[in-house]
Structure formats: C-alpha cells, structure tokens
Design a protein around this ligand. Structure first.
Ligand SMILES: [Fe+2]
Ligand SMILES: [Fe+2]
Length: 172
C-alpha cells in the first residue's frame, strides 16, 4: 500500500458519492442526507489528513527538487483550495436538502473539489511517486488511513492560512 494510492482511492470514493447523489430523486431527502453526510465527513477528514501528513512531507522535498513545479506554490495553492472547498461545504447546510438551491450548492462543492483533486493528482501525487521511497510511502499510507479512521465520525472544519502553513512546515 502506498499513500498516493490511498489518496487516489479517496478521490475515487468522493467522485462516486457525488455521482450517487445525482442518481437519487430530489424527493428522497433521507437518502440524499445519508450520502451527503458521508461525503461531508470524508471531504473534511481527507483534507485534514493531507494537511497533517501529505503536504508537510511534500514541502520537505523543496531542497532536493530539480523540477519546474515548486512544492511551496503547489502547497499554498492546495491549502487555498481546501479552504474554498470547506466554504462550499458550509454553504450546502444553508439550504433545504433536495431543493434546487441545495443541488446547486452541492454542485459548487463538486466543482471546487473536482478541480482540486485533478491538480493534486497531476502535481503532489506525481512528486511523491518520483521522489519518495516506496517504504516511506507505505508507512505514510498506514498513518493516513489511521488518521481518517480516528475521525470517521466527523471532524470540525478548520481553515489554515496558506502562506503561514507553508512557512510553518517548510523549515520544520
Ligand atoms: Fe487536497
Ligand atoms: Fe486529496
């Protein structure tokens, strides 16, 4: 097992749950609520696990990399995206489940999250595969999974300031 596979698997699960929401009739509020609740928990726990484990390690690559992309820029961008995704998630709760406005708010989450995942897969995950040993990626896969399991019932959303986050983790 490899942390990049764990993250990619979570991304697929998120895409799957958004697709299931589209399959549920708007009158079936109970089913919509159940799937959205799972998606909400997964999105929050996944982003926090990345902020605790994945991005701090990505920032450590800074010194060794001879790459066109810069892990600091990638990370700052990702933390900004995570905050934006949290904002769109918060907006969903302002609407009645199954209403047109609720559907639109869920679509905003799907769009923000979809764009972010695609970027993360092209950049951060690729950097990890290129520069971090399989042994370390395996160890991180276990840590990442345990973190998510420890927060399987939900996690309080908390924004990080992108610039402060990068400064704090770059030199640690
Ligand atoms: Fe992310
Ligand atoms: Fe992710």
């Amino acid at each position: 097992m490899d942390i990049t596979a764990v993250i990619a698997h979570d991304h697929e699960e998120q895409r799957r749950l958004f697709a299931i929401l589209e399959e549920i009739d708007s009158s079936d509020v109970e089913s919509l609520r159940a799937v959205w609740r799972r998606l909400d928990i997964l999105l929050e726990a996944h982003a926090k696990a990345e902020e605790k484990l994945f991005y701090p390690r990505l920032l450590q690559l800074q010194k060794d990399l001879i790459e066109p992309s810069d892990p600091s820029d990638e990370t700052e961008d990702a933390i900004h995206d995570h905050n934006e995704i949290r904002d769109t998630i918060a907006d969903v709760s302002k609407h009645e489940v199954g209403s047109v406005e609720w559907r639109k708010a869920v679509l905003e989450v799907n769009t923000a999250n979809g764009d972010h995942m695609a970027e993360e897969e092209r950049e951060g995950l690729a950097d990890f595969r290129r520069h971090i040993s399989l042994e370390e990626r395996h160890r991180m896969a276990v840590e990442f999974t345990v973190f998510e399991l420890n927060h399987a019932s939900g996690i309080t959303p908390h924004d990080e300031d992108p610039k402060e986050y990068v400064q704090e983790h770059k030199d640690s």
